[in-house]
Write a protein that binds this ligand. Structure first.
Ligand SMILES: *Cc1c(COP(=O)(O)O)cnc(C)c1O
Length: 464
């Protein structure tokens, strides 16, 4: 007789144990292998892609075979979890976060609103409160976890638009530097702002936003009948890792009644370190901050965060209520997360932060981030010793950009290919004011002094 009381998808406990063990075997070997694995593998890709294009079968297949398929597929491409991965931008992933995700998926409690799982919502809210405190935001501030930095910035742009312009926003203008991440333009586009609304402020020699130019542009736009409402500062840019003068930009924002958003997707978590706090001074004046725990907290992809100084403003921009939902939570400690983002039903991302932070403790993250700052300094000093390289900017945080002195972009690309071809480190390149720069961006928990020393040897050899 078939058992009609239990789901056919629930294996027996013995089966769950052995299936879980098979996955654990894969995972533990995968992590151990990272240290010797090549940083990229694009070999024999076509047959694998062809083999992976099959539709799911009508009858099930064997787990061991499926895991082998996943394992082989995971090796293709470049490997952001590799200790040699210093491209923009590493994504190590923490084992403890993976355990948190596994738990969250099995528990599958509903955290879109507070009422169905108040204690789990509290657990997520406690991390968000700690983040608001870390960034010096006042009572009334509110954080929310998002799928990533782009989604955080989208919600921030919409909140700024609603808060400063209401429903008549066709003349609204927003200000970014010429080094800003493209997610801001994308957010403005999705938020329904006209293309011409985006004003690009020049950067200075250090590739930081020129604050006087910002002030002049705002005045000129206002005189021409536009409605300036938002300035986006970067705490770590894509091209050079520069941190904009946040306190000076905050002063302009205050004078001109602009919402100040700080894109700290790359650099934000250096706030946990003493040097980072000094560099990010002024971030506490922001109206909203984009953070990416899947970068600076080493968490798995899909973990973004938005902090808002005025939680109520963020809520007004997102909240729509329906009679079939529980009454809205008015408890600041137990927020309905869906009132602060476009999501209703959502990933329970909280555990992915809470478990590693509580398991390892905050100091473990501070030490790791401090080490990355030290390593970037060492890379800068060492690259400056190579006569054939131009290394223009000391690192504000953990990114060092360089290129062949007097070389063309093609020379820079060839240098990149020689370095990446070793399989021991993986760099990326990006144009800065139209000229291609290679960059070392150190932000993987696995990138330790040994690998950086080796990386420097690789770069020296590639330059000679
Ligand atoms: C990564 C990044 C983003 C985009 O974040 P996603 O998590 O990729 O959506 C935005 N700005 C900066 C500076 C970034 O580094």
């Amino acid at each position: 007789m078939p058992d009609l009381t239990r789901s056919p998808f629930d294996p027996s406990s013995a089966q769950m144990q052995s299936m879980g063990q098979a996955v654990l075997d894969l995972v533990t070997r995968f992590v151990d292998d990272r240290y010797s694995a090549p940083t990229s593998d694009y070999g024999d890709l076509a047959p694998m892609l062809a083999a992976l294009s099959a539709a799911p079968p009508d009858s099930g297949s064997d787990l061991a075979g499926l895991l082998a398929t996943v394992r082989a597929a995971a090796d293709k491409g470049f490997d952001p979890a590799n200790p040699g991965f210093v491209a923009y931008i590493p994504g190590g992933g923490l084992y403890a976060a993976a355990l948190g995700d596994f738990l969250a998926c099995v528990l599958n409690r509903y955290t879109g609103v507070a009422q169905p799982a108040p204690a789990l919502v509290q657990l997520e809210a406690s991390v968000l409160r700690w983040l608001c405190d870390t960034f010096g935001l006042p009572t009334g501030s509110q954080g929310v976890l998002t799928p990533g930095g782009s989604m955080s910035t989208l919600s921030a742009v919409v909140a700024a638009r609603v808060d400063r312009l209401g429903e008549a926003f066709s003349t609204g203008t927003l200000y970014v530097s010429d080094e800003v991440h493209h997610s801001v333009a994308k957010s403005a586009q999705i938020a329904g702002l006209p293309r011409a609304a985006l004003r690009v402020v020049p950067t200075d020699a250090a590739r930081r936003m020129d604050v006087e130019a910002l002030r002049d542009m705002v005045h000129a736009d206002r005189a021409a009948g536009a409605a300036p409402f938002l300035v986006v500062a970067s705490a770590g840019t894509v091209g050079t890792g520069a941190v904009d003068p946040l306190a000076d930009i905050a002063a302009v924002a205050a004078d001109e009644d602009l919402w100040l958003h700080v894109d700290a997707a790359y650099g934000g978590f250096f706030q946990l370190t003493q040097r980072g706090r000094t560099m990010l001074q002024g971030i506490e004046l922001a109206d909203s901050i984009t953070l990416d725990p899947h970068k600076g907290l080493f968490l798995p992809y899909g973990t973004g965060c938005l902090l808002a100084r005025d939680g109520a403003a963020l809520r007004r921009a997102h909240e729509v209520h329906a009679d079939y939902l529980p009454p809205p939570s008015e408890d600041a400690g137990l927020p309905d997360f869906s009132s602060y983002t476009p999501e209703l039903t959502r990933d329970f991302r909280g555990l992915r932060l809470w478990l590693p932070l509580h398991l390892h403790g905050v100091h473990a993250f501070v030490d790791a981030l401090d080490e990355k700052l030290d390593l970037a300094r060492e890379v800068y000093d060492a690259l400056r010793e190579i006569p054939s390289l131009e290394v223009p900017w000391p690192p504000d945080l953990s990114l060092v950009a360089f290129r062949p002195r007097d070389g063309s972009d093609a020379d820079a690309q060839q240098l990149l290919d020689r370095i990446n071809g070793t399989g021991r480190i993986w760099l990326s390149a990006a144009p800065v004011r139209g000229t291609l720069y290679l960059r070392v961006c150190i932000l993987s928990h696995r990138t330790r002094p040994d690998r950086i020393n080796e990386a420097l040897d690789v770069i020296r050899a590639a330059c000679s």
